[in-house]
Design a binder for this molecule. Structure first.
Ligand code: NAD
Length: 356
């Protein structure tokens, strides 16, 4: 199995190196090839997503991605900015299914803004459709308002739309993810107001017939937002559209309070995926050896589970992470009094040791 390793910029190379170290001690024979992306791609060949990098990502069975971006590229024209590499990869690899777990290890319960008893042990997964919805629907723009009380004024407008096949494929991703967890799926919509999301609800209900082992319920997005902060542990897997997923997944991530801990995956129709930490390239701490590598290491675990079909190895990594947290090891972002502060490499080494 071939893994494309794309470290990127800022803390990307430091944290990806730790995940590679972890993959190397699993006793599997992965072929790993590294290529520049983002600002590093621009420096190497004048484009954030060099042709050779895209070719490697296409050939590989999975992509492990660090992070891209640095303030020094902010003056480049938009198509050459590092962040364009992520959009290019999503588009070229057809990555429509975004999986974002929000996990709060009991040892880190104090990091959350919610009361520990509400969030301690939280383990939910948000499946967000990534390439459709009002973010991409046409037509859109600014025009002269054609009717109503504001007729003749300028108005901004966008189009919310979802094709049946688009809903079916993300529903399959979500049901299959639920099968690998607690087998409960909540589909979040706004069917009481939006035609698009009544249609969404009908199609998800239809796809459910193929997954009788998964319990499905439906929830309006406003209620889902409320329940996420009231009783987040009641959820197992949530599936929703691009815009609702954008908002809910950030809210869920912040429930955990620790940005350096959250992995993510973006999948295509065949479960090939790109795996990356939810955080960015953190230029403010790059090169200091203090970044938390756990989100990237946990992204590698997701890669094993969802793209490489190595459940047991994924569990091993996740258990090793739990073990180092139980040992009291903390990078600066999750440090609190009474624990032991460690750097990026020490944390990576501790996970490797815990695996043994
Ligand atoms: P960021 O996530 O990089 O950093 C936000 C804050 O969290 C910073 O204080 C940073 O030091 C801290 N932080 C982030 N990851 C950490 C880790 N692993 N360990 C410890 N602390 C960590 O977001 P930002 O500062 O808004 O953006 C910086 C750059 O990252 C920008 O160029 C932005 O475009 C880019 N970005 C890239 C991605 C991506 O590659 N997928 C995502 C978001 C932002």
């Amino acid at each position: 199995m071939k893994i494309a390793i794309l470290p990127g910029d800022g803390i990307g190379p430091e944290i990806v190196a730790q995940a590679v170290k972890v993959l190397n001690v699993l006793g599997e024979s992965f072929e790993m090839e590294t290529a520049p992306v983002g600002g590093a791609g621009y420096e190497a060949s004048g484009h954030p997503l060099p042709d050779a990098t895209l070719k490697l990502a296409k050939e590989a069975d999975a992509v492990l991605f660090g992070a891209v971006g640095d303030w020094k590229y902010d003056t480049l024209e938009r198509p050459l900015r590092p962040e364009q590499a992520i959009l290019g990869l999503r588009k070229n690899l057809g990555l429509f299914g975004n999986l974002r777990p929000a996990i709060l290890y009991p040892e880190l319960a104090n990091a959350s803004t919610l009361k520990p008893e509400i969030v301690s042990g939280l383990d939910i997964l948000i499946v967000r459709e990534l390439t459709g919805d009002i973010y991409f629907g046409q037509p859109r723009g600014v025009r002269e308002c054609p009717d109503g009380p504001f007729k003749g004024q300028r108005e901004g407008f966008d189009t919310m739309r979802y094709a049946e096949g688009e809903i079916r494929r993300i529903a399959h991703v979500a049901f299959q993810a639920a099968q690998k967890r607690d087998k409960r799926l909540t589909s979040v919509d706004k069917a009481n107001v939006l035609e698009t999301f009544q249609f969404w609800k009908d199609i998800v209900t239809d796809v459910h017939k193929e997954y009788p082992d998964v319990a499905l319920d439906h929830m309006y997005v406003d209620n889902a937002a409320m329940q996420l902060v009231r009783a987040p542990k009641k959820f197992d897997v949530i599936v929703t559209g691009n815009m609702f997923g954008d908002i809910l997944s950030d809210a869920a991530a912040m429930l955990t309070g620790s940005i350096g801990m959250l992995p993510s995956a973006s999948l295509d129709a065949n479960n090939k995926g790109l795996y990356e930490p939810s955080h960015g390239s953190a230029p403010d701490i790059a090169g200091k050896g203090i970044a938390n590598p756990l989100a990237t290491i946990l992204s590698a675990a997701m890669m094993l589970r969802y793209s490489l079909n190595k459940q047991e190895q994924a569990n091993r990594i996740e258990n090793a992470v739990k073990k180092v947290l139980a040992q009291g090891l903390r990078t600066v972002d999750i440090y609190e009094e009474g624990t032991t502060k460690v750097g990026t490499e020490e944390m990576g080494n501790a996970v490797v040791k815990a695996l043994a």
